[in-house]
Design a protein around this ligand. Sequence first.
Ligand SMILES: Cc1cc2nc3c(=O)[nH]c(=O)nc-3n(C[C@H](O)[C@H](O)[C@H](O)COP(=O)(O)OP(=O)(O)OC[C@H]3O[C@@H](n4cnc5c(N)ncnc54)[C@H](O)[C@@H]3O)c2cc1C
Length: 415
Amino acid sequence: MTDAIEPLFDQRAYRLTDKQAELCARTRELGQNVFAERAADWDREASFPVANYADLHRAGLLGICIPESYGGIGADYPTYMMAAAEIGRFCGATALTLNMHVSSCLWSGSLCDDLDLSDAERAQHAERRGIHYQRILDTGAIYSQPFSEGGAAAAGAAAFGTTAEKIDGGWRVNGKKIFASLAGHANYYGILCTDITESKPSRSNTLYLALPADAKGVTVTGDWDPLGMRGTVSRTLLFDNVEVPDDAELMPRGVYFKAASTWPHMFMTLTPTYVGLAQAAVDFCVRYLRGEMPGTPPVKRRMYPTKQIAVADMQIKLEQTKNLWFQAIMEAGPHPSPAQIRRAWAAQYTVMENANDIARLAIRTCGGQSMLKSLPLERIYRDSRCGALMLPWTAELCQDRLGRAMLYNPGETDD
Ligand SMILES: Cc1cc2nc3c(=O)[nH]c(=O)nc-3n(C[C@H](O)[C@H](O)[C@H](O)COP(=O)(O)OP(=O)(O)OC[C@H]3O[C@@H](n4cnc5c(N)ncnc54)[C@H](O)[C@@H]3O)c2cc1C
């Protein structure tokens, strides 16, 4: 066991609850003592961190956002976000894939509780989500979130091309998902698709369904050999007349669209991984320049003023990133004000861009020997490069939306 390190968010300074601090300690310890050592292998082989998931299940963390009334830990949104960021410090691929799994619980759980549902919808949803939660808690079932299709749908600009048609007692699904993290390893694929039973495709008819990975008609295809986040195994999924029962619904019919507009911070759940990576790059750089990095000669490089300035720059960027992010996750909830949504976009952009920029500075400052594959820095650099690409809130789209929201009132045009 290595010496304990400081938390990303100190309990006293950030006024965390005991539950928040305890959960962050639990994920940090697991990350530091177990995941860190394994991370290079998943990355080199582009293989899924299977052993980490067994540990997460044993630690109860697969149920981190399952409400306590169902037997889970019942972490709310900010608590989960901070706990997940601690994992991102040690294994980006585990933190990112865990996010896909946890989001299926968070969105169907506390987030759905905040939405305006009828009593009948709420009662039926309570029963259905219980089935999913039990699978996770009892057997360690893993859920993924393949939404992307390569078109405008994952950006929220068009209806999903993957379709669902109502059949007796369930749904028939057809379509394709690209970049499906956990492909071949999740037990259920939580897909977004368009309900085309009664009307032509529209975003308001988006349906959120969990397809069993072993259902007839589900195929994993293509290879996975990317720059970074290699352990996510984000291959392509094909659905050919896949039939699932009604209880495959992770949200009641028509509710996903309501959730996306009522609770927009739901799309920030991809960020904790990258907050963790940003901290990891700074931690690496400091230890390296102090001559304390295991696996490197104990040569100090901290006496050069240029290195001190670079470390100061990195720390300033990190503080800006962490603290804007902390504010945004703490104010997440239903019906945010326009200013809060703008801050969420700014926070998402800042995390995704700064994580990679901090890693870049760390490599430049530490030098050539620091980016050998025997050390984690080059992996942090590659993994952090992927954050800005995550739809629907890519760095570009955050800028687009923020700029437009600043210059136009809702509905305003130049005509
Ligand atoms: C490591 C990794 C893991 C991933 N895991 C998952 C996963 O588990 N589930 C999942 O659903 N997806 C996942 N993705 C996919 C990711 O969310 C994006 O969907 C994917 O990177 C988009 O591919 P693209 O950049 O080629 O798309 P393109 O559609 O070509 O978009 C390129 C860029 O153009 C901009 N753009 C796109 N659409 C619009 C628009 N309508 N208006 C203005 N600008 C636009 C965006 O900035 C986008 O980054 C993963 C991606 C990576 C890299």
